[in-house]
Write a protein that binds this ligand. Sequence first.
Ligand SMILES: *Cc1c(COP(=O)(O)O)cnc(C)c1O
Length: 438
Amino acid sequence: MTQQADADRTIRHPRSHALFEEAQTLLPGGVNSPVRAFRGVGGDPVFIDRAEGAYLYDVDGNRYLDYVQSWGPMILGHVYPSVLAAVEETARRGFSFGAPTQAESELAKLVIGSVPSVEMIRFVNSGTEATMSALRLARAYTGRSKIIKFSGCYHGHADMLLVQAGSGVATLGLPDSPGVPAEATAHTLTVAYNDANAVEQLFHTFPNDIAAIIVEPVAANMGLVLPQPGFLERLRELTQKYHALLIFDEVMTGFRVALGGMQQRMGITPDVTCFGKIIGGGLPVGAYGGRREVMQQVAPLGPMYQAGTLSGNPLAMAAGIATLQELRKPGQYEKLEQKSELLGEGITRVLHDTGINAQLQRIGAMFCLYFAQEPVTDYASAKRSDTALFSRYFWEMLARGVYLPPSQFEACFISLALEDAMLEETVQSVEFVLRQLA
Ligand SMILES: *Cc1c(COP(=O)(O)O)cnc(C)c1O
């Protein structure tokens, strides 16, 4: 990073800088979730004051087109009128009761009506809780202990899922973070994304011990890695053959790549699906759901214990219901697809014209521009990206009013609030910045 660029940043963000200085004395790293600290790109994060539609406004009065969308939930854009109205109206009747409300069934009906594999659902408060509970459910249902996850897939921060990304060969899990005892990940088997042969090997080795495979059907936490043709199909076949459950973690892809998520796009039926992000419309929520016979294991109907003081919280349910009602209107996903295409074609043309060697990977309303020489298919190839180049790109885009995720290994999101003119403006910014970097 040049000194000039550093100086520009301080001039543009003096209040953010001051607030970050204070926050660092109070919160570890100044944040409540690590990527927010901008460590992936170096420098201080911008502090947000408010948002509306496609835009974020920071505390220094800068305006940005938002391609982060709170890491996925804000697919309608910020402060969407019907969602705001629903939350305001609900708040007047009380924030939380710890007793059943009709809204929980309303949101359940919307999810069940949109995602065919889901016959019953349990709401929780985060994606982390959803995956943690789904795995407990799979273990309860199968009476087995081992699970398979893929390196570079993120399923929240539960101990058993914080496993070192091994590449290539199937490896027995070792903890990724201090504080996770080896025992907690002893049953977690990790293989490379898109490597169905390695999965088959594990089933050969442990034919009666694997409770479930958990997978992001599009890997959206190492940038954006698409499943190769046949990969998810093989996972479905192998789990069926060995009587293990297939868990789709659609916390990111659910209601984003299609109304019915990636499973609808692919025509694959998992046993259990995890949700979060969009189904809470920006309020804290998660959920896991699936086949009735499997979900019947969950307490109090079945013996698998799982509970939550704020689970099914009225405000979160209201925001989720209003969001899904909007998304279920005809033509919404076609619109998202058109926006994604407009942006994708623009960036592809810029890459061609500038001769920059980068990979645009894209599906539905999500994309990632990897500064990598080759297409990215797994965690190992994602890690070959030029993160220093990404970081220059990130800061230049920010200076031009485009807020991207502050890491090469995060996906960018398109919202319905992004108008075609805004997308075209973004392409122009990409062109300007990449010409500078070329
Ligand atoms: C965000 C995410 C999670 C974790 O959700 P939180 O609400 O942050 O706990 C889990 N899985 C996937 C695929 C995610 O993208």
